[in-house]
Structure formats: structure tokens, C-alpha cells
Design a protein around this ligand. Structure first.
Ligand SMILES: CC/C=C\C/C=C\C/C=C\C/C=C\C/C=C\C/C=C\C=C\C(=O)SCCNC(=O)CCNC(=O)[C@H](O)C(C)(C)COP(=O)(O)OP(=O)(O)OC[C@H]1O[C@@H](n2cnc3c(N)ncnc32)[C@H](O)[C@@H]1OP(=O)(O)O
Ligand SMILES: Cc1cc2nc3c(=O)[nH]c(=O)nc-3n(C[C@H](O)[C@H](O)[C@H](O)COP(=O)(O)OP(=O)(O)OC[C@H]3O[C@@H](n4cnc5c(N)ncnc54)[C@H](O)[C@@H]3O)c2cc1C
Length: 662
């Protein structure tokens, strides 16, 4: 049996799809998750969780109020705390994240920022003594932490953060203060009600000199009573578009005293007498953001996959309309439009995850290099992850929304759960740097790279930038996926040079640097997107080329073909400058035939992600495919259906109708 999801009693339409799969889904899982070892560990963890009934949702999550969701996730966290060491290797971040996803899903929880930003901030920013003091406690979850940087008035422009940390040598203390309403910390996940500690980013002030954003370890609540400490105002910012299981919060300080050694001092220092030592790289304090951005291709890929698991499985059991055979309605997955809606997103999800593995490794390496005093890789990774986070979040949003529409009416129901996935994923366009802003960060790097080429310093180009110095060449589209890479290289190079030229010309015409930049910004963001999409395509092809298993490689090449054809058509207006409209027509035909080729493996490709029903929380996406019976059961569980007549009917509608009858 190649598709390891096949089980007796499943919907026969799904079983039929799984029987068609031409590759072993366990082997594909090993490719997706980077190693056979981790793919096996994922399955073992999922299996162990299923043997602990208290870890299951106590009722359908979509019917819970916000308060119930928060309480439910805390209940599960307390159950988890009894089993942590048996379930996972607690030093393995990927195992921990898998456990969180399986048990707590994606709507957020008390530890939402603890693993992803609080601990990483301590790892990257605290010195050895500080790590000794806090890291163990954080890892053992004796304390709960978050990352409090954004303020009501400023999130993007970190240089304008208003919260101050003023150092007084006489007492060897910092005074944290929130000088205005707009200086309130606003948005940090799990800050409002759960966390008792935070890494707070504040403007360091010593003897009236402002040194800018620096991280501080701050206790917010009493460890015994959990009450806010004197001088601290903290609370929840209210319901959001999604992610409502998390208590994103506000935080204000009223002349709050903090001992000197609570500034995280691995890279910059304040001595007892107030002498300041600056860090080896000006932006080293931003590393927690780079860490999260380096994870986002992977995490967003998994969000998109969740929506696709639901939409593809449902499309295989949903029958509507006819093709040739008029005796039985077809699976909607057989419609070309449905395939065109879903398959390119499957390809992107695979591509994002492969990129994600690469950037996570790059961050881990950078962390080691920085600890050894080498900060030279920071700019490259900042540029790469800034572009990648922006492109993947945007395309993930598009892909999830298409998946929702691909499920027709039931896709709009919370029974599909796709709207929740969409709401959570789309937050990624904003958090960790608003997408336009981050595309412009990459653009700075691209412009500098063109300037290097223009001044004959191509040898100094960073990784992935050499193509900017190469001349356009003839493209032979019959030469395989590499030809499509060439199309992207041509298009990205042309756009990067065009945007840079525009920026330079505007400055030469007398505009200041900042105004010229702003007047070139749309073209610059286009350049960043093309460059990033080129990187995604190259990584995808490189990863697939490295695979040795024949059946896995074959289906992934089919997926690459969908990807390259779709992507080139998607940038048609840029591509037309390098390929003819006749060539584009032939790419279109190839795309349609690549959709056809992929069709028999569609269900196995998404099954290979091995996302459990517990995590999916979707009636439409159930592994067994028994959608309709369970849809009815799900609706019956609605609180509205627990009584035949609602109090509001007796209170308002009935009197109104009775009055109308008089
Ligand atoms: C969730 C956890 C648990 C389990 C997970 C399990 C399952 C997942 C399921 C659910 C999770 C779902 C959702 C998660 C939910 C919530 C999200 C979580 C966290 C969110 C956190 C946050 O949002 S934290 C706040 C983030 N804020 C930002 O990103 C702010 C953006 N702004 C900036 O970064 C900066 O202000 C700026 C870079 C835009 C500008 O900085 P500035 O100092 O002004 O610098 P510039 O003048 O522009 O540039 C000067 C040079 O410096 C270079 N630079 C800038 N930054 C860096 C850097 N980081 N590294 C290296 N170099 C850098 C820049 O390029 C310039 O270089 P030049 O050479 O051109 O001069
Ligand atoms: C779900 C979620 C979770 C979050 N979690 C945390 C957290 O844990 N900790 C934390 O500290 N923060 C958190 N945040 C805050 C988040 O990081 C910020 O909202 C984000 O960085 C964007 O900043 P902003 O809100 O100031 O947007 P703004 O900068 O006000 O953006 C508004 C508009 O202005 C544009 N704009 C701004 N500056 C420029 C520029 N220089 N050039 C061109 N256009 C520009 C943007 O593109 C956007 O269109 C979270 C946010 C969300 C939504």
C-alpha cells in the first residue's frame, strides 16, 4: 500500500484516489519534513497524543466563545505539562512545534510567543549569566513570556518607539516608562492575560542620550498571585480577525524600576557607571524578528497545506455535474478549473516548505556565527527573509482563499475551518514587518547590488545576486525547468535594474534620497517580489533534483512542472519582454497537461503532509472523507440547536409577529 492513509470503512471516493497514488506517502513525508527520522517522530507524537483523551477538544472549537477557547487551550496545556517529556524531546524545537500544532491548533494560546520569540530572544540576546538565570526557567515553563515591541503608535518604525528605559548610575537601575498613550505596547501575543514576563523593547536612554531600541527582560506579574506588579498596566486588546485563542495585549509602565542586569547584554552593554558599549552590528537587536521571519516560509506553507488538505479531499468526495459519463456525477476534482485553482498552490506549498528548511538552517548557522563574533551574514539573511516572508504570506493568503472557494458553499461554513486558517495565516502579511515595508528592505539590498555591478564590483555580490550581473541570453523553453528559471532571472534582473535606474534618475533630477525612494517604491517592491519568486523556484528545483527515490522524484518533477508553468504565466507581463506570446501559449498548454498529469496523485500529495484530523478541525477535510453525515452532526452541535425555541424568539420575534396579526 503506497498511500498510508487508506483504511477500511473510508469514503470509497477517497480510497479510490489513494489507490491511484504512485508513490509512498511515508517516503514523501520524509522529503517534506527533511528526514525520515523526523517524519517518523511526527507520526509517533501524533499517535501518542491520540492515546491521551484529555488532549482532544472538549467540543467543536468553532462553537466556543473566545473565553472558552482560551480556557480550553490552558486546560490542554496543563494536561500537556504532565506528559511533556514522554511526548517529545524537549530540546527539539521542531518536535515541540509539531506538538503545539497538533494539540492546540492555530488559534493561539498562552505559550504562543513563549517558544517562538521569548526563548529565542533570550538565546540570541541574553549573555551567559542571564541565560543561566532565566533560560532554564523559561524552558521548564516555570514562567511564561512574550515579546513586547510594537506600540499603539508605532510598529514598523522601530526608531520611533516611545517607551523609554532610562539608566540611573546612582541606583544602577533602569526606569521603564510609557510617556504617552501611543507609547502603550499594543499587539504582543499572549501579553494580555497569560505572560508573567516579557522581553520588552524600549529606547535606551543614558544621560539624555537616546541609543534606540534595546531588549529588556521584564517581570510583569507576581509569580504567586499573577497580579500585575505595581507600575504595570496590562490587559487584552480585544477580539481580532482571527487568532482569538491568544490574548494579544497592551502594556504600560509607570516609572517602573528594573535592575541594570535586566537589559539583555550579549551584544550591547551598560556598565554600572552608565558607560555604553554598542553592539558589533547596529541591527543585532532585531534578531528575534529575523528568527521568526526565517520560519515563516515553513509555517505559512503549512497553513496553506492545511487549507489544501481540506479542499483537495473534499473535492474528491464532492460530486456535482457531468463530464462524459452521464450516469454518475463527477468528482469536482476532475474539473480543469478546480485543478487550476488548487494544484499550483500545492506546488507553492511544497516550494515554501523546502525554502523554509533552508532559511531555518541559515538562521541557525547565523546564530552560531554571531556568537563567534562574525556578523557578516546578517544583511544577506535579513534581505532574503524580508522578501520571502512577504511573498509567501501574500501567496498563502491567495491560495487559502482559492481553497475556500473551491469548497463551494460548505467552504464558507466554519465546518470547513478554512476561514479560520485564512484569518490566522493572513496575519503574517502584517506581523514581523508589514509586507510592503519588508519588500522595501529587500529592495535596499537589490539596489546596492546593482550599484556594485555598475561600479565594477560584481565580485562583492552576495549570495543569489550574481544573475544581476549577467547579460540576457536566448531562452530555449524546451530545455526543461532551468529555462523557466532563466525567464525569471531575465524578468527579475530587468525589473531590479529598471527600479534602480528610476531611483537614481529621480535623485539626479534633484529629489532627495528619501523622496526619490518613495517615488520608486512600487517599482522597487515589484523587483523584490520577482527576485524572491526566482529564489523560491530555484530552491524548489534544486531540492527536487537532489532526490534519489525514483517514484518520489517523478511526482515532484510533475509538481515542479505545474509550478514553473504557472509562475511564468503569472508574471506574463514581465515574461513577455523575454519570451514571445506564441511561447506563452505553449506554456499555457503545458500547464494544462501538467495539471492532468498531476491529477491521480493529488490526494496522495496532500495526504503526505500527515496532518491529523485533530489539528485540521475540519469536517470537510476529514481523513475518512465522511463529510455529509458529520456535517449534519456538526450543525446539530451548534448551541443554537440545543433548544427548539430561542429566548430571543419569545422575547422579540413572537411579540412582533403577534402584534402584526392584530
Ligand atoms: C505560535 C507559537 C507556538 C507554536 C507554533 C505552532 C504552530 C503555529 C501556529 C500558529 C501560529 C500562528 C500565528 C502566529 C501569531 C502571531 C505572530 C507571532 C509573532 C509576531 C511578532 C511580531 O510581530 S514582533 C514585532 C515585529 N515588528 C517588526 O517586524 C517591525 C518591522 N520593522 C523593522 O524591522 C525595522 O524597523 C525596519 C527593518 C523596517 C527598519 O529599521 P531601521 O532601524 O529604521 O533601519 P533602516 O534604516 O531601514 O535600515 C538600516 C540598515 O539596517 C539594515 N537592517 C534592518 N534590519 C536588519 C536586520 N534585522 N538585520 C540586518 N540588517 C538589518 C537595513 O537593511 C539597512 O541596511 P543598509 O545596508 O541598506 O543601510
Ligand atoms: C496577529 C498579530 C500578532 C502580533 N504579534 C506581535 C507580538 O507578539 N509582538 C509585537 O511586538 N508585535 C506584534 N504584532 C504587531 C506587528 O508586528 C505590527 O503590527 C507590524 O509590524 C506592522 O506595524 P504597524 O502596525 O505599525 O503597521 P503600520 O506601519 O502602521 O502600517 C500601516 C501601513 O503603512 C505602510 N507603511 C508604514 N511604513 C511604511 C514605509 N516606511 N514605507 C512604505 N509604507 C509604509 C504599511 O505598508 C501599511 O500599509 C502583531 C500583529 C498582529 C496582527
Amino acid at each position: 500500500m503506497l498511500n498510508k492513509s487508506i483504511m477500511d470503512g473510508d469514503n470509497p471516493d477517497l480510497t479510490e484516489e489513494r489507490m491511484k497514488g504512485a508513490f509512498d506517502t511515508d517516503k514523501m513525508a520524509a522529503v517534506i519534513y527533511g528526514s525520515e527520522k523526523f517524519a517518523i517522530r511526527r507520526r509517533e507524537i501524533t499517535e501518542s497524543i491520540s492515546r491521551i483523551p484529555q488532549l482532544a477538544d472538549s467540543k467543536p472549537f468553532s462553537f466556543m466563545t473566545r473565553e472558552e477557547k482560551i480556557s480550553e487551550s490552558c486546560r490542554k496545556l496543563s494536561v500537556l505539562s504532565e506528559h511533556w517529556n514522554q511526548l517529545i524531546d524537549t530540546n527539539n524545537e521542531e518536535e515541540a512545534l509539531h506538538l503545539y500544532r497538533e494539540v492546540l491548533g492555530l488559534e493561539g494560546h498562552a505559550f504562543s510567543l513563549h517558544e517562538t520569540m521569548f526563548i529565542p530572544s533570550l538565546v540570541a540576546q541574553a549573555n551567559d549569566e542571564q541565560q543561566e538565570k532565566w533560560l532554564g526557567r523559561a524552558k521548564r515553563r516555570e514562567i511564561i513570556g512574550c515579546y513586547a515591541q510594537t506600540e499603539m503608535g508605532h510598529g514598523t518604525n522601530l526608531r520611533a518607539l516611545e517607551t523609554t528605559a532610562t539608566y540611573y548610575p546612582s541606583t544602577q537601575e533602569f526606569i521603564l516608562h510609557t510617556p504617552t498613550e501611543t507609547a502603550l505596547k499594543w499587539w504582543p501575543g499572549a501579553l494580555g492575560k497569560s505572560s508573567n514576563y516579557a522581553v520588552v523593547v524600549a529606547d535606551l536612554v543614558i544621560r539624555d542620550t537616546h541609543y534606540g531600541a534595546h531588549p529588556f527582560m521584564v517581570q510583569l506579574r507576581d509569580e504567586k498571585t499573577h497580579n500585575p506588579l505595581p507600575g504595570i498596566t496590562v490587559g487584552d486588546i480585544g477580539p481580532k480577525m482571527a487568532f482569538n485563542g491568544a490574548d494579544n495585549g497592551f502594556l504600560g509602565f509607570n516609572q517602573y524600576k528594573l535592575p541594570r542586569d535586566h537589559m539583555l547584554m550579549r551584544h550591547s552593554r551598560v556598565e554600572e557607571n552608565g558607560t555604553y558599549t554598542k553592539p558589533p552590528h547596529a541591527k543585532i537587536g532585531y534578531s528575534s524578528m529575523v528568527k521568526v521571519r526565517s520560519r515563516m516560509a515553513m509555517d505559512q506553507g503549512l497553513f496553506m497545506v492545511s487549507a489544501l488538505v481540506i479542499a483537495v479531499r473534499y473535492s474528491a468526495v464532492r460530486r456535482q455535474g457531468f463530464l462524459d459519463d452521464k450516469s454518475r456525477e463527477v468528482k469536482v476534482l476532475d474539473y480543469q478549473t478546480q485543478q487550476h485553482r488548487l494544484f499550483p498552490s500545492i506546488a507553492r506549498a511544497y516550494a515554501f516548505i523546502f525554502c523554509g528548511f533552508e532559511t531555518i538552517q541559515l538562521y541557525d548557522q547565523l546564530l552560531i556565527d554571531v556568537k563567534n563574533g562574525d556578523t557578516s551574514g546578517m544583511s544577506d539573511l535579513h534581505a532574503l527573509t524580508s522578501g520571502l516572508k512577504s511573498v509567501v504570506t501574500h501567496q498563502t493568503g491567495e491560495g487559502i482563499e482559492q481553497a475556500r472557494m473551491a469548497c463551494g458553499g460548505h467552504g464558507y461554513s466554519m465546518a470547513s475551518y478554512i476561514s479560520e486558517i485564512y484569518g490566522v495565516a493572513i496575519g503574517g502579511c502584517t506581523y514581523e514587518g508589514e509586507n510592503m515595508v519588508m519588500l522595501l528592505q529587500l529592495a535596499r539590498y537589490l539596489v546596492k547590488s546593482v550599484e556594485l555591478v555598475k561600479t565594477g564590483k560584481s565580485k562583492e555580490l552576495g549570495p543569489m545576486m550574481n544573475y544581476l550581473a549577467e547579460p540576457d541570453t536566448q531562452i530555449d523553453l524546451t530545455s526543461g525547468p532551468e529555462a523557466y528559471v532563466k525567464v525569471f532571472q531575465h524578468a527579475a534582473r530587468r525589473q531590479v535594474w529598471k527600479a534602480t535606474d528610476k531611483f537614481h534618475q529621480l535623485m539626479e533630477s534633484g529629489q532627495s534620497r528619501d523622496i526619490a525612494w518613495n517615488n520608486s517604491a512600487v517599482e522597487l517592491t515589484r523587483a523584490s517580489r520577482l527576485h524572491t519568486r526566482l529564489y523560491i523556484m530555484e530552491t524548489f528545483i534544486r531540492r527536487v533534483s537532489s532526490i534519489s527515490d525514483v517514484s518520489i522524484k517523478k511526482v515532484l518533477i510533475d509538481l515542479v512542472n505545474v509550478h514553473v508553468n504557472y509562475e511564468v504565466l503569472d508574471i506574463g507581463t514581465y515574461a513577455l519582454e523575454h519570451v514571445s506570446s506564441t511561447q506563452l501559449d505553449s506554456i499555457r498548454s503545458q500547464l494544462y497537461s501538467s495539471l492532468d498529469t498531476l491529477r491521480p496523485n493529488a490526494v496522495s500529495l496532500i495526504d503526505s503532509f500527515q496532518i491529523s484530523d485533530m489539528q485540521l478541525r475540519s469536517v470537510l477535510g476529514r481523513r475518512d472523507g465522511h463529510v455529509y453525515t458529520n456535517l449534519f452532526e456538526w450543525a446539530k452541535a451548534s448551541p443554537l440547536n440545543q433548544t427548539h425555541v430561542l429566548p430571543s424568539v419569545n422575547q422579540y420575534l413572537k411579540p412582533m409577529m403577534d402584534k402584526a396579526k392584530l
